[in-house]
Design a binder for this molecule. Structure first.
Ligand code: ZN
Length: 320
């Protein structure tokens, strides 16, 4: 049995996989972003509910995916905006208190999601993949010949912080003009708010929608407005998609992968985002053959990172 965990700012998703690779359970427990010990304390009890009267469940290896800069050797988490109280903590020691007999693997969450897509989702059959996950921020993952690219200082594949315009909007990381400053959900909310305050055609419709919602419009509201014919809403997605395409085009020129996978909540806008993305990416790509590289939506949904963490746990055991 192997256990994959994906810890975000509010919850930890988990996936249990048996020796044959079959998923035997999935679920979610709350996360305390200030305290990892508190977050995992009652996980074994929860898992043992499945077991009933049988032997307590002991995963052979636990794979833990976390947002942030991950040090897989020391099992520590560096900069992590969603889990501030976990930064610098020895997560290996925390998990060993809960699962003393299990091996531990630590991985960045988007890297884990990419690995899940590689093994079970949109990236099956490929060896070279790039993933962009458009959530609150924008995360990235790169797979080269079946191996995740982590870099010399555990800092590789921060694709959301690729600077596309040094004079662009300020990103949450403090730099200007990162991809995330256009294509993350925080950025889209901000754009929607600005657009609703303006005088352009469609602004009044956005104001009305925000009033009906009783809060700022989120990317899904914006996509609904665009689908209903609001061109101002469409233009916000077109801008985000074009910036995404600029990043994807750069990545195609650098890495020439078999496929680019776009995941995360913002990607649920589908063609509204992907169409301008593909158009811009293809305009930038130099190698003839790379122009047709598929740019596809992720397939595994919210459990992708937990699934990937589980696969990495299995393979860590197989590889010793
Ligand atoms: Zn940034």
């Amino acid at each position: 049995m192997h256990l994959g965990l994906d810890t975000g700012g509010t919850g930890t998703k988990f996936v249990l996989v048996d020796a044959d690779g079959e998923t035997v359970g999935t679920g979610e427990i709350p996360t305390n972003p200030d305290d990892p010990v508190d977050s995992f304390g009652y996980l074994p009890n929860m898992l043992n509910q499945w077991q009933g009267d049988r032997e307590p469940l002991v995963p052979r290896v636990v794979g833990l995916a976390c947002a942030g800069i991950v040090d897989p050797e020391n099992l520590t988490l560096g900069r992590s905006p969603n889990l501030p109280g976990w930064e610098g903590r020895d997560l290996g020691a925390v998990l060993r208190r809960v699962f003393p007999a299990s091996g531990i693997v630590l991985v960045n969450d988007v890297n884990a999601a990419l690995y899940g897509e590689y093994r079970q989702g949109a990236g099956q059959g490929c060896r070279d993949l790039v993933m962009l996950a458009l959530g609150t921020g924008v995360g990235g993952g790169v797979l080269v010949d079946g191996k995740l690219l982590t870099g010399g200082h555990h800092g590789a594949a921060e694709l959301g912080h690729m600077v596309l315009d040094p004079q662009g909007p300020v990103c949450r990381c403090g730099n200007r003009g990162c991809l995330e400053a256009w294509a993350g959900s925080v950025a889209l909310r901000h754009r929607a708010r600005q657009a609703a305050q303006g005088e352009d055609d469609g602004a009044a419709d956005l104001r009305r929608r925000a009033q009906d919602r009783g809060c700022d419009l989120d990317p899904r509201d914006l996509a609904e407005a665009a689908a209903a014919g609001n061109e101002l809403a469409s233009s916000i997605y077109a801008e985000a998609g074009t910036r995404l395409g600029q990043a994807v085009g750069n990545l195609l020129n650098v890495l020439d992968p078999d496929k680019v996978i776009i995941g995360g909540g913002v990607a649920q806008a589908g063609e509204l985002l992907l169409e301008p993305c593909c158009r811009e990416a293809r305009r930038i790509v130099l190698a003839e053959g790379a122009r047709e590289t598929p740019i596809v939506p992720a397939e595994l949904g919210v459990h992708a990172a937990a699934v990937g963490a589980c696969w990495l746990a299995r393979e860590a055991e197989a590889g010793g």
